[in-house]
Design a protein around this ligand. Structure first.
Ligand code: FE2
Length: 218
């Protein structure tokens, strides 16, 4: 079994054995989601590293992004008042009871963008609908430096392997709302992570929350 966020300076921020263990939560409870999660867990269990796990998950993640029918319209809607700002909605689809895995849809209205943020977990992120620009940042000697910009179309996806490529901002470039699917090895809406100021590189605690469920302690 691969530990979430294996290695790296931030590993201590991943869920520990002291975290309360709840039941798995299939908010979108369909055979397809259950089968997807089961296959992902099997891939993680059979992998010797996060890199290997991501390679094993790639084909099934690509299948999910290519399937136009599995995600109901309600999980593809923006939300005026949201933790991400800009009408961006973070919808929980599935999360593991021990906080080791989550599947979400992130909905970003046309012209809106997320704050610059990190994830503190490895996983895969792909575009399901619309187009986005992604700016990738890195911390260099106390400064925040943009190291890449990528244009994403529906079906494109990338791997997050912290600390590499863990800091980014996405902006919807299509006239329609963009919807991206995130499979991450933490409870991404509920963990406290970081938002970054683009100019100074200063960080502040950041938790996106979920539109459709709460976090422990809320
Ligand atoms: Fe992100």
């Amino acid at each position: 079994m691969v530990r979430p966020c294996d290695g790296g300076a931030r590993a201590s921020l991943t869920p520990s054995y002291t975290q309360r263990v709840n039941a798995d939560e299939y908010v979108l409870d369909t055979p397809l989601v259950r089968e997807f999660v089961a296959r992902v867990r099997a891939s993680i269990a059979a992998a010797a590293s996060p890199e290997e796990a991501c390679e094993k998950i790639r084909p099934q993640f690509a299948e999910l992004l290519a399937d136009p029918d599995w995600l109901p319209a309600g999980y593809q809607e923006g939300v005026p008042e949201s933790g991400m700002g800009g009408g961006t909605g973070t919808w929980l689809l599935f999360r593991a009871g021990d906080g080791s895995l989550s599947l979400i849809s992130l909905v970003v209205p046309p012209g809106a963008q997320t704050p610059i943020h990190d994830h503190l977990a490895w996983g895969l992120v792909g575009l399901y609908r619309g187009t986005q620009d992604e700016d990738v940042y890195a911390e260099r000697e106390g400064n925040l430096v943009r190291v890449d910009r990528r244009a994403l179309d529906a079906g494109d996806f990338y791997v997050l392997l912290p600390p590499r490529d863990d800091i980014h901002r996405v902006r919807t470039t299509s006239a329609e709302t963009s919807v991206s699917i995130h499979l991450l090895t933490n409870d991404i809406g509920c963990v406290w992570r970081h938002a970054y100021d683009a100019e100074s590189g200063a960080t502040e605690p950041f938790r996106s929350g979920y539109v459709n469920t709460s976090c422990a302690g809320e």
